[in-house]
Design a protein around this ligand. Structure first.
Ligand code: AMP
Length: 143
């Protein structure tokens, strides 16, 4: 069964400017911002501006734009946090672990020997997220 896109989802509200986000990158087709319940320092999300519930209903052009932004932001995240590696993931539907139903890709900087934190764990301090977003924006500008 296909489930319709709900324009009241929280990422659609961020795109419309109805709720705040710590933004790190934006272009005509995509937006990147800090995850409010990070699974580690620097946990960043990339979303398309076009409505899509997940991977399966997204327009291919929109997916291509997301992929390009994921690569651009992932490079900056890795540099900003001097990470040893990166984990990139994307969930589809509740059975697949998805909790917000607007397509998004997670970018996590990873460090040797450090275990990934819990998915949708605690809320991060807004000041810390603002600082992390600034570090990533600076790395993007330096690229
Ligand atoms: P999932 O749909 O399971 O891939 O995960 C949704 C992600 O969105 C989780 O990692 C949440 O911490 C994150 N999240 C939920 N609400 C917000 C918000 N208002 N701003 C930023 N990230 C959010």
């Amino acid at each position: 069964m296909t489930v319709a896109y709900d324009p009241q989802n929280i990422f659609a509200k961020i795109l419309r400017g109805e709720i705040p986000a710590q933004k790190v990158y934006e272009d005509d087709h995509t937006l990147a911002f800090m995850d409010v319940m990070p699974q580690g320092e620097g946990h960043t999300l990339v979303i398309p501006k076009a409505p899509a519930r997940g991977l399966l209903d997204a327009d291919p052009a929109s997916l291509a734009a997301v992929a390009a932004t994921v690569q651009r932001v992932a490079r900056a995240v890795k540099a900003a946090f001097a990470a040893d590696g990166l984990t990139v993931f994307q969930y589809n539907e509740p059975a697949g672990g998805q909790t917000v139903f607007h397509l998004h890709v997670h970018i996590l900087p990873r460090f040797d020997g450090v275990v990934l934190g819990r998915h949708t764990g605690g809320m991060a301090d807004q000041g810390v997220l603002a600082d992390h977003a600034a570090r990533i924006r600076a790395a993007l500008e330096a690229a």
